[in-house]
Design a protein around this ligand. Structure first.
Ligand SMILES: NC(=O)c1ccc[n+]([C@@H]2O[C@H](COP(=O)([O-])OP(=O)(O)OC[C@H]3O[C@@H](n4cnc5c(N)ncnc54)[C@H](OP(=O)(O)O)[C@@H]3O)[C@@H](O)[C@H]2O)c1
Length: 269
């Protein structure tokens, strides 16, 4: 009896991936990590100069990468661009929807509608515009992997950045909803919920960020999850566990703790 060949991992050499939001932070670190693991990369973001430098770095380390200007907020243009990448790649194996913005993260009473719409446009609509056009193509090939960089913010409703949290919860809910049908079509889904990771986005934060993760470490964890075709990755475990426990606290008690915390913060400010 012959032994069947092992199934290649998603980021095994020769695999082709599209990664959005690669010009900084988690995306740039993930591009370097996947490039080192032999994945051929198509990198998208608005700052092409940053991507060009990253491509040079990946190629200098022996990897393969191409850069392209991409604004995921322009859904129609984004859809056309990802299909063009799929053609250029001869069929993508992995699409990683990572592009995201934190928004201005104001307090509740200062939320600006335009900023809220822009945050939704990048984090939710933009992610769908990246993924949806590729699904029929992956289905026709009977293989593929969708990776969504969501957030631990999706795991617990809390004040601070309610619009940002809602965009990430919507994205994770969407991916979780379509995962069974995609699996039946041979397409894996990996949903990633990072906690606080060092990046341009978190560099702006003025508050304490518990269990802050180095960008390189985050990239390694995400690349491992892609390799293993894991359905979910939440990290760091300390913050993820804290959020799971907080969800067990009765709503009324949670509300009073949150209000007391907000009052204490306002007094300190
Ligand atoms: N850092 C954290 O603690 C943390 C935690 C949980 C989840 N996340 C998520 O991780 C992802 C990466 O964030 P990060 O922390 O690495 O922040 P970052 O350094 O600010 O990176 C965000 C990336 O998204 C790109 N981007 C933003 N708007 C875009 C648009 N309209 N079209 C295309 N690309 C766009 C940016 O590139 P351009 O400006 O060049 O377009 C940049 O490459 C985001 O989805 C974020 O929500 C981050």
């Amino acid at each position: 009896m012959t032994t069947p060949p092992p199934t290649p991992s998603a980021s095994a050499p020769g695999r082709r991936a599209l990664l959005t939001g690669a010009s900084s932070g988690i995306g740039a670190a993930l591009a370097l990590e996947l490039g080192r693991r032999g994945v051929s990369l198509w990198l998208g973001a608005r700052r092409l100069d940053r991507l060009a430098t990253l491509v040079d770095e990946i190629q200098a380390a022996g990897g393969k990468a191409k850069a392209m200007t991409l604004d995921v907020v322009d859904a129609a243009a984004c859809a056309r661009a990802v299909v063009a990448v799929d053609e250029d790649a001869g069929g993508l194996d992995i699409v990683i929807a990572n592009a995201g913005v934190g928004g201005k993260s104001p307090s509740l009473w200062d939320i600006d509608v335009d900023d809220a719409v822009a945050t939704i446009g990048t984090n939710f609509t933009g992610a769908l515009a990246t993924i949806l056009p590729l699904l029929p193509r992956m289905r026709a090939r009977g293989r593929g992997q969708i990776v969504g960089i969501s957030s631990l913010a999706a795991d617990l409703a809390q004040p601070g950045a309610p619009v940002y949290g809602a965009t990430k919860a919507a994205f994770s809910f969407f991916l979780d909803s379509i995962a069974p049908e995609l699996a039946a079509a041979g397409i894996d889904v990996t949903i990633v919920h990072p906690g606080f990771v060092k990046s341009e986005m978190t560099g702006k934060n003025k508050f304490d960020m518990p269990f802050l993760v180095e960008t390189k470490d985050a990239a390694r964890l995400i690349a491992d999850a892609i390799d293993a075709r894991r359905a979910w990755l939440r990290f760091p475990w300390q913050l993820s566990t804290t959020m799971s426990l907080a969800n067990l606290v009765p709503r009324g008690l949670r509300a009073s703790i949150v209000l007391r915390q907000l009052k204490a913060n306002a007094t300190r400010a």
